[in-house]
Design a protein around this ligand. Structure first.
Ligand code: 78N
Ligand code: GLN
Length: 490
């Protein structure tokens, strides 16, 4: 097509398909996560699994980490084996099956089966649906950035509505029906799949159907053999480890945390040493390292909004609002709500500042400062009132608000910075590389979750919030140096 399409708010019709597919996928993911943490640690008599609370908080983070880590595999499979469109479809099917497994009342083993399905499914779907957004615009089309902003709205609209809908069904005034909530997540993913399948041919055309860098037949055989051997070895180690009592949950957490650091480090080494990487690209990669570390610190705090702060909402917060008892799951709607409300404000601010807007490293520094502040704010209620009295929900609202100020400095610019700073030969992996900042962050969160309790709460929030602010100040100071390594990029 030589005439640019304008079928969806002045954007290509394909954006409609991608917007609603991702809207429903995020609806299912965040609806599930809004109640999962409570499902894990609530007593069996309250409809939960009765797990230890620290363990539940760790599992939430490990789970989140694996979801973003598996994006490497999903991105690679799309690039080399079956194309992004099929990856999105297979991913959606696995995710739906995962939610169905949770919807069936039953055992901890169904719960772990569902985790595997959702980890692999999201790894297939999320990075790929996002990269098709880039594919529906030609390289000269200046609507692309606006397209990503609209898409980000879809993500957050799903994330906003899901906790309200799933939370009110699953946790209604003291009587819990978590499995009904998980069924709604499954239905959400089903609707997303139907939208995708019914409209992709008409709206997306060839976008996402081409395998960019297909494996040659001889490579195929070699790589699938390696895959098969790896799966068998991992399965054997897991079975033997569990049988002999060596592979306990804390050991597993340590392994994933180690991978959360090892994978990005290996990625950087491979990219830096590749003969396809030019000297200018090497300089850009060096500039990217501090930004990567800052993003890890940022997501570590942001993602604790659905673990530590979710626990805080449940046990430390006054849940009676205007005479109604609200579900603690509702607090999960605040982050996406503030993103939706404030994203246009920030976009307008950057346009208004034009050439005077902060550099990319300085925007990251602001991200860290706000993230740190959001944790210092939530330390105040116990400072003033002790850790035994229930606090006003407004403290949490304020904390979620402040972290979003940081998110809007860092997240929208983060993906585009990754696109600009990663070497061209690795462009197919850019989305996964950016999601690794979140994977590493949540791996670290799983390690530190056991340090949180009502008694340690002030020190916990103070140390982590303080660390983020210190890192933010350092980043602010060295920003000009980082910018000098970014060749040809503003
Ligand atoms: O287009 C070029 C592209 O094919 C090259 O791709 C890469 O260079 C990817 C480099 C990835 C390095 C990964 C390092 C360690 C892998 C550890 C695997 C653990 C997986 C979920 C656990
Ligand atoms: N909360 C956003 C989402 O779910 C951003 C996550 C990220 O790490 N970029 O897409």
């Amino acid at each position: 097509d030589s005439v640019p399409q304008k079928g969806f708010f002045g954007h290509p019709k394909g954006l409609f398909t991608l917007f609603f597919t991702e809207f429903w996928e995020r609806f299912s993911y965040y609806g599930m996560r809004a109640i999962l943490v409570y499902y894990m640690y609530y007593e069996v008599s309250q409809g939960g699994l009765g797990l230890d609370k620290s363990l539940a908080l760790s599992i939430m983070s490990i789970y989140g980490s694996l979801v973003y880590m598996s994006g490497i595999i999903g991105g690679w499979l799309a690039d080399r084996v079956f194309g992004t469109s099929k990856a999105v479809f297979y991913g959606g099917v696995l995710i739906m099956l995962g939610h169905i497994a949770l919807a069936i009342p039953g055992s901890v083993s169904l719960f772990f089966a569902s985790m595997v399905l959702i980890v692999l499914g999201t790894g297939l779907l999320k990075p790929n649906v996002s990269s098709v957004v880039g594919d529906i615009y030609s390289s000269e089309d200046n609507r692309r950035d606006a397209g990503f902003s609209i898409f980000y709205m879809g993500i957050n609209l799903g994330g906003f509505l899901a906790p309200l809908v799933v939370g009110s069904v699953a946790m209604d005034n003291g009587s819990n029906n978590f499995h009904l909530g998980f069924s709604l997540a499954a239905i959400g993913m089903l609707i997303g799949l139907i939208v995708f399948v019914a409209t992709k041919k008409k709206n997306l055309g060839l976008a996402g159907t081409i395998v960019n860098n297909p494996l040659a037949p001889h490579e195929k055989k070699k790589i699938f053999t390696i895959f098969a051997i790896a799966i068998v070895v991992i399965a054997l180690i897991a079975v033997l480890g569990i049988q002999t009592g060596w592979l306990t949950f804390p050991v597993f957490v340590n392994i994933i945390a180690f991978l959360g650091i090892l994978i990005p480090v290996s990625y950087f080494i491979v990219m830096y040493r590749s003969p396809k990487t030019t000297a200018v690209e090497r300089s850009n990669l060096v500039a990217y390292i501090p930004l990567f570390i800052a993003a890890v610190m940022f997501w570590a705090i942001q993602e604790q909004g659905s673990t530590i702060l979710a626990s805080y909402a449940d046990t430390r917060t006054q849940l009676e609002v205007f005479g109604f008892k609200i579900s603690p799951a509702f607090f999960q709607s605040l982050n996406p709500l503030f993103v939706i409300l404030l994203a246009p404000v920030f976009a307008g601010l950057w346009v208004k500042l034009g050439g005077r807007q902060p550099s990319i490293p300085r925007k990251f520094a602001f991200g860290l400062l706000f993230a740190g502040l959001s944790f210092l704010v939530i330390l105040l209620p116990s400072y003033f009132g002790g850790e035994n009295s229930l606090v006003s929900p407004l403290w949490l609202v304020l904390s979620y608000f402040i972290v979003v100020l940081g998110e809007l400095c860092l997240s929208p610019v983060g993906l585009s910075a990754t696109t600009k700073l990663a070497p061209a030969a690795f462009s197919a992996q850019t989305m996964s590389l950016w999601f690794l900042t979140n994977a590493a962050a949540q791996a670290i969160n799983a390690l530190i979750a056991p340090l949180y309790s009502e008694e340690t709460e002030m020190v916990y929030f103070g140390v982590i919030g303080g660390a983020s602010i210190v890192l933010g100040i350092i980043l602010f100071i060295i920003a000009p140096k980082i910018s000098s390594y970014m060749k040809g990029i503003k």
